[in-house]
Design a protein around this ligand. Structure first.
Ligand code: CDP
Ligand code: MG
Length: 747
């Protein structure tokens, strides 16, 4: 069958309880009722010619483990007041928010939770996504007075989550964001002296520990979304575990969605687990009958399929892997709904991804207008970090983008990877939060069972540890092999990182931090980028390198390429490449030209540059200027016309990432002889005479191993800049090229 229409007609005003009971009775009746063909479904056949066949495989068990909980007299009183007002008047906006707070699953457990915190130093907090962990727990701690002893911190793996959650909590507390409630993320600090509750990315907390090793300004620290096991949170675990030993007054809460609670408890010396009982409605799981070749397209088709065949009161959440894909899907969806015109109901398309500007984030939380349906196109940020109300259909492509690191070759790349079974189940769960839902998996049931890993592998086991090692070293942790990792990274990955830092000059022969390394650690950048910044002083082009590095740090393309104006956009982009220097120098020209117009928006539009992205580059640049001052580098030093100097400074950071053009017309990395290609988005992609030597910013594996952001370099620079790493023979033009060797013995 196409979409099964077992989904019952639900009036918009039905309460959660009613829906829940309905779903239970339905289950008890053994689903005897034969599905009636939906009127909409017939219409569907008229509207589209392509469709995807799904088979329903199973229904997840819903559960209701809520308890009554105890209410303290005060809260009881508060509630009574609200009730009275409710009777007398319509609630104001803010009162409605307070009402909402009391309805969250965590609320009945407020007292019990606070008693447990009082009793114990470390707690592992577990609760379904959406139960109120992130927004409520810090407020509870504040309300009971912990904020008088010190700030209440709460870490998030993602910038977007940190910002949106802080905004939400500020709203709930009726204070201005950045005052009592604030957030700090890389390159953006929105806190003040009066901040009591501070949300931050886990990476920011690591940086704070550099300057405040005992976290003295905090009374409580919540390490949130611990189950995500990001690189930074894994390191935080080791650090805070140590800190709580000598800061007996610091309360530590490790908060996680349902997975892995035991493991956290065990790691933190058998800390108690506090469960927030939750409720989950059953979710029907559908799989495709056969594998889908193009999952973006399949997601769009499924989305429309749901839209026309299912009742309107349920929004759709689609999991894709990244910004580009989300933008593509959004374009196709817009186009197709436009073509269908009034034959279908309105579809409100909301993208969400890490670099989404904050103004646009608010849109995803807006209530869907009557007569329309919301489609949220998200990365796995919506898996657990963000809860969007009203979702009851999930479309899961089954992929996400993961950093993958090959310790043997030392190569790191971003790879589109199948998610784990645990992650897929978590995604499906998003559909059953407020009513019974449906999850459409764009892969087969066989693939789920046989091809997906049971659990996601922690990032620390698949990443380049350069930054981490640098950070731990500057925290004075020298013996990395004995650091208390929750999951120890493989020894060869650690050794690789040490080698890389040694090659960059950040560590000496004894593996100790050098003066250069200490300066590098000041920058919240990958070691290769911070090295380039520091070396730019020597080449007298600090200003240019700062602009380039800021543009590179955006993590997404600064150029805008609408499908209908692709040619114009490409011409505009290639204009920046005139005069040579590849992508790095193009980015620099782009930034400098914009700066010369006094940061004019019109200029951006004319040149197909994304205003928001380039503004962010400007913010990043300003922060880096400040950090330069800290390490006594004059950021105004400038040599705008000396491309060689600029590229040499960058080479000083990136001599690891060099590829050479072979006789067959392919590039091979100089170190591992791996075949790599120039990414199609590069200004050098269509060059008739590709440069013989290239430096690349990063590798991304999609259909092949692509080099992203490339610049032409001269081989003799390598010997000049990294003599310990390249010898003359490595860069000479001969067929019998040897692997470059390190001259010194490696430790
Ligand atoms: O952390 P956890 O997943 O347990 O829940 P939460 O993030 O604290 O979310 C609790 C409630 O706040 C959910 O119903 C969210 O939809 C809502 N929320 C919101 O409306 N706006 C935000 N920016 C964040 C949360
Ligand atoms: Mg949360």
């Amino acid at each position: 069958a196409l979409l099964s229409s077992r989904y019952r007609e639900t009036k918009e005003e039905k309460s959660e309880q009613e829906l829940w009971e309905e779903s239970q009775t339905q289950k008890a009746a053994g689903r005897k009722k034969k599905p009636k063909k939906d009127e909409n479904e017939k219409e569907y056949d008229l509207v589209f010619d392509d469709q995807i066949d799904f088979v329903m495989q199973e229904t997840t068990k819903g559960y209701d483990k809520r308890g009554k909980g105890k209410l303290s007299p005060e809260i009881g009183k508060e509630l009574a007041v609200v009730k009275k007002e409710q009777e007398a008047l319509v609630l104001t906006e803010h009162e409605k928010i307070l009402e909402g707070r009391r309805k969250l699953p965590v609320f009945p457990y407020r007292e019990e939770f606070l008693a447990a915190v009082k009793d114990q130093q470390i707690l592992v907090l577990v609760g379904e996504t959406g139960s109120g962990k992130t927004t409520q727990i810090p407020q509870y701690l504040h309300e009971i007075g912990y904020s008088e002893l010190g700030k209440i911190g709460c870490t998030q793996p993602r910038r977007v989550a940190a910002m949106s959650v802080a905004a939400r909590v500020a709203q709930e507390m009726d204070v201005r964001l950045g005052h009592e409630v604030g957030y700090s993320i890389r390159f953006e600090n929105c806190t003040s002296k009066s901040t009591l509750i501070q949300y931050m990315t886990d990476g920011m907390l690591l940086r704070e520990i550099l300057t405040e090793p005992d976290l003295a300004s905090y009374s409580c620290m919540v390490i949130d979304e611990a189950h995500e096991r990001t690189l930074h949170s894994d390191i935080l675990f080791g650090l805070v575990k140590d800190i709580v030993r000598f800061r007996k007054d610091l309360k530590l809460i490790i908060s996680s969605a349902t997975m892995d609670a035991e493991k956290f408890s065990k790691y933190f010396d058998d800390a108690s687990i506090f469960m927030i009982p939750g409720r989950m409605f059953p979710v029907d799981i559908f799989y495709t009958k056969s594998p889908e070749a193009d999952y973006v397209d399949a997601a769009v088709v499924t989305c429309l399929q749901i839209h026309v065949s299912q009742p309107l009161n349920g929004d759709i959440l689609v999991f894709l892997t990244g910004q580009e894909e989300i933008e593509t899907a959004s374009e196709i969806l817009t186009q197709r709904t436009r073509n269908l015109g009034s034959r279908i109901k309105e579809l409100m398309i909301c993208p969400v991804y890490a670099n989404l500007p904050s103004e646009q984030q608010a849109k995803i939380f807006e209530k869907t207008p009557k007569g329309a349906r919301k489609v949220v196109l998200a990365t796995n940020i919506a898996e657990t970090s963000l809860t969007i109300n009203g979702i009851c259909y999930v479309i899961d492509t089954g992929f996400n983008k993961q950093k993958s690191f090959n310790a043997k070759t030392g190569m790191e790349s971003l790879v589109v990877t199948p998610v784990s079974q645990a992650a897929a189940n978590q995604r499906a769960g998003r559909a059953g939060r407020t009513q019974p839902g449906k999850c459409f998996r764009l892969f087969t049931a066989w693939s789920f069972q046989h091809e997906l890993e049971p659990n996601t592998i922690p990032e620390i086991l698949r990443t380049n540890l350069g930054n981490v090692v640098l950070m731990l070293k500057s925290l004075g942790i020298n013996d990395l092999l004995h650091f208390d990792f929750m999951d120890r990274p493989p020894a060869d990955a650690l050794i690789r990182a040490l080698e890389q830092l040694y090659a960059l000059g950040a560590l000496n022969d004894h593996g100790e931090l050098t003066k250069l390394g200490r300066r590098m650690a000041e920058f919240p950048l990958e070691p290769m980028l911070s090295k380039a910044v520091i070396v730019s002083e020597k080449y007298e082009c600090v200003s240019e390198v700062l602009s380039t590095v800021s543009m590179l740090s955006l993590g997404a393309s600064v150029f805008y390429r609408p499908k209908d104006k692709a040619i114009h956009a490409d011409t505009a982009r290639l204009n920046f490449a005139r005069g040579g220097g590849g992508d790095h120098i193009s980015l620099l020209r782009c930034y400098s030209e914009w700066a010369a117009t006094d940061y004019n928006n019109g200029w951006c539009i004319e040149n197909f540059v994304q205003v928001k992205s380039i503004r962010r580059a400007r913010d990043i640049r300003e922060q880096l200027e400040g950090l330069c001052e800290r390490v006594e580098i004059d950021h105004k030093v400038s040599k705008p016309d000396d491309l060689d100097a600029i590229l040499k400074a960058i080479t000083a950071g990136f001599f690891y990432n060099v590829a050479r053009l072979g006789r067959t017309g392919d590039y091979r990395t100089v170190k591992q002889h791996k075949t790599v290609f120039i990414h199609p988005s590069s200004v050098l992609a269509k060059e008739e005479q590709p440069p013989p030597w290239l430096l690349y910013f990063e590798l991304a594996f999609t259909t092949k191993e692509f080099m992203r952001q490339v610049a032409p370099i001269k081989p003799e620079w390598l010997v000049e800049i990294a003599p310990h790493y390249y010898q003359q023979s490595d860069v000479e033009d001969s067929n019998t090229k040897k692997m470059p060797k390190m001259r010194k013995n490696r430790r």
